[in-house]
Design a protein around this ligand. Sequence first.
Ligand code: SAH
Length: 245
Amino acid sequence: MSAKVWLVGAGPGDPELLTLKAVRALGEAQVVMIDDLVNPAVLEHCPGARVIRVGKRGGCRSTPQAFIHRLMLRYARQGKCVVRLKGGDPCIFGRGGEEAQWLAARGIETELVNGITAGLAGATRCGIPLTHRGVARGVTLVTAHTLDDGGPQWPALAQSGTTLVVYMGVSKLDEVRSGLLAGGMASETPVAMIENASLPEQRECRSRLGDMLVDARTFALKSPAILVIGEVAAQAALAALQRSA
Ligand code: SAH
């Protein structure tokens, strides 16, 4: 494998949800730069690599993005095979696109490798069929944190008829709830809040849009968690079946 940067999704946490391609890239890697939402257990696939932790969780001490860019560039220019390992999928709220463009502009070959994104993993693990036929006509992945001024367009999302999967929403539950209610979404709309999806510590809290703030507080919901909002989140029977399997 020639010197290049692989931007690899490590999936949501369960090491068995790694793709074969991710395992192959890890096996070839000389340098692995790892985000803090990545389960360190996946490092068993790169025993010979130098591992650099560059995590940056919201609110915690962080490695500046510019530093991560320069580090990837430095190792790639040394001819090293670099794996940049990110939680979930590198291109779903993961800056995979930005990093690939930045490196490409400097003549570094990159390859993006899919990971299973937390929103899809969490829902399926809980037996929630995100696009259940006749119940949801699609699914929208959205972050509660945005760089642009207006924030997410909750009214439009409320009217979309799709299941909403909200990333980075734990500190924004109030805004999510009031935005969707203001947009006309019924307060009885089912909500599932899924913490540590796919990990042994996974917990899920089932609620309704109107009650989600109170329920999340009682439950002591913590990040990382995704919110699934829509009729499909009431598929409790399926979840029960899944758990007993
Ligand atoms: N690229 C990642 C998302 C990074 S943004 C992906 O595709 O999954 C970080 C957010 O992802 C967290 O705030 C949380 O909303 C979600 N997340 C990541 N891992 C998670 C997990 N194991 N369980 C629940 N949510 C998770």
